[in-house]
Design a protein around this ligand. Structure first.
Ligand SMILES: O=C(CO)COP(=O)(O)O
Length: 189
């Protein structure tokens, strides 16, 4: 696809979102990466543009099942992080969402240990490649088959600061349980 054409369409949409009072955008979601075909570079540029329009950004990263099985989880996540870092100068209005693609909408949640391992690695990557301050203050949330039954164990992990919830957000009591499982975590924006 042609970058300028995509950029043109995206800019229209960002401005429309601001116009209707929207405050947040989810960028880099697996559906955009793997169904629509957006690449790292384009997603990074969208993040910069969204922030410039005063939208807050939920920056999604995450590996495919075959990438995990090939031992490439960190490589994939760090490459996706680099595209965001190349375009973001102020991380105040950014939340990172680790969403392993194999866990999204599948009922196969990452174990607390699997999620914590990636969250800690991403925080470490930020420390090395962005700054210690950003690494310690940015929220890194987990998404992928989070529900009322598994949220508490995930939320106990040091580097899991909250959740990006799909299916379970449609069930009021379950969603409340998930929200309450992370109330002691970093303050929300
Ligand atoms: O990608 C997600 C939300 O955008 C996660 O969806 P599920 O919680 O249904 O797996």
């Amino acid at each position: 696809m042609d970058w300028k054409r995509r950029s043109f369409h995206w800019r229209d949409q960002a401005e429309q979102l601001v116009d209707i009072g929207c405050q947040w955008v989810i960028l880099g979601h697996s559906e955009r990466r793997h169904v629509i075909g957006e690449d790292d570079e384009f997603i990074g540029k969208k993040a910069a543009y969204a922030l410039s329009q005063n939208l807050k950004v939920m920056a999604c990263i995450g590996e495919l099942l075959e990438e995990r099985e090939a031992g490439k989880t960190f490589d994939v996540c760090f490459k996706q992080m680099k595209a965001f870092a190349d375009n973001i100068t102020d991380w105040t209005n950014v939340v990172i969402a680790y969403e392993p693609v194999w866990a999204i909408g599948t009922g196969k949640v990452a174990s607390p240990e699997q999620a914590q391992e990636v969250h800690a690695a991403v925080r470490d990557w930020l420390k090395t490649n962005v700054s210690a301050d950003v690494a310690s203050t940015v929220r890194i949330i987990y998404g992928g088959s989070v529900n009322a039954a598994n949220c508490a164990e995930l939320a106990k992990k040091e580097d899991i600061d909250g959740f990006l919830v799909g299916g379970a957000s449609l069930k009021g009591p379950d969603f409340a349980t998930i929200c309450n499982s992370v109330t002691s975590k970093k303050v929300t924006a």
